[in-house]
Design a protein around this ligand. Structure first.
Ligand code: DGL
Length: 271
């Protein structure tokens, strides 16, 4: 227990479970602490200071747990306050980056779906400006994340097509982790490939863990020799997942019931 490698994964709600599942595929011997702030979700149209306050509460919980690193598995939180969290906490804070780069490699006109806060953020605008070869249409989907949160946690009726803009695009960037649950449907709606940032974020965590395992990174403590990385190998079942925060039960239920998460954790707890 003392030497256990703990990683915190945070989202406004259930969206970050998709990031957790990507991270967990690459590791063994890690204890993941998932904090979803479901009662305050969706964050996407809230004010910046309110979002920052919620994220800080989650990071304080992670500090109390003694995580070695935290992942903001939420594009909105990353856009609004990743830098502030990095300055405020001693553990590394990894953020989400919308998968604009891979989209720009093959698309001429891509749609970027994101929450209003992410859509208007300087962070996204400066990322897009690095890829002038592709024209990006950014669409702030005001209610999409909330509708996905509601349908997957309470079974509320949901019609994806009400939330998607019409238009012809040759690719879609999913700039919110909630949208990943409907990856296939969004791809079918436009008949084009979709891109998300989950693999990029998981890879950043894995390389941090890798450096730590090799003793090349003293940012992560404890230096846990029992942590192994299994990049590109799925079905390894030696991580633990703890669901923390007041809504741990909601996230645990979605994690255990969704088809896309059928694998991986050795034990699943509510903390
Ligand atoms: N899943 C989050 C994101 O990636 C937040 C969605 C929301 O709470 O509005 O942006």
């Amino acid at each position: 227990m003392k030497n256990e490698m703990r990683i915190g994964i945070f989202d406004s709600g259930i969206g970050g479970l998709t990031v957790l599942s990507e991270c967990i595929k690459g590791t063994a011997g890690v204890s993941y602490y998932y904090y979803g702030d479901n009662r305050n979700a969706p964050y996407g149209a809230r004010g910046r200071s309110e979002i920052t306050k919620f994220v800080k509460t989650a990071m304080e919980k992670f500090a109390e747990i003694g995580v070695s690193a935290a992942v903001l598995a939420c594009n909105t939180a990353t856009a609004v306050c990743a830098e502030q969290m990095r300055n405020a906490f001693s553990f590394p804070v990894i953020g989400m980056e919308p998968a604009v780069k891979p989209a720009a490699e093959i698309c001429k006109h891509a749609l970027v779906l994101a929450t209003p806060r992410t859509a208007e953020s300087e962070r996204l605008q400066s990322l897009l400006s690095r890829f002038p070869q592709c024209h990006f249409t950014v669409f702030p989907a005001a209610k999409l994340a909330g509708a996905i949160e509601a349908t997957l946690t309470t079974g509320a009726p949901f019609d994806l097509t009400e939330h998607l803009p019409q238009g012809r695009f040759d690719g879609v960037v999913l700039g919110c982790t909630h949208y990943i649950y409907f990856r296939r449907e969004i791809s079918d709606f436009y008949g084009v490939p979709v891109f998300d940032g989950n693999a990029g974020t998981a890879n950043r965590l894995l390389s941090l863990l890798d450096r730590s395992c090799r003793g090349r990174d003293d940012h992560l403590t404890p230096q846990n020799t029992n942590v192994c990385l299994f990049q590109n190998v799925s079905g390894i079942t030696r991580n633990n997942v703890y669901f923390v925060g007041k809504d741990g039960g909601i996230n645990k239920k979605v994690y255990k019931s969704e088809q896309m998460f059928q694998f991986q954790a050795k034990k699943i707890f509510i903390f």
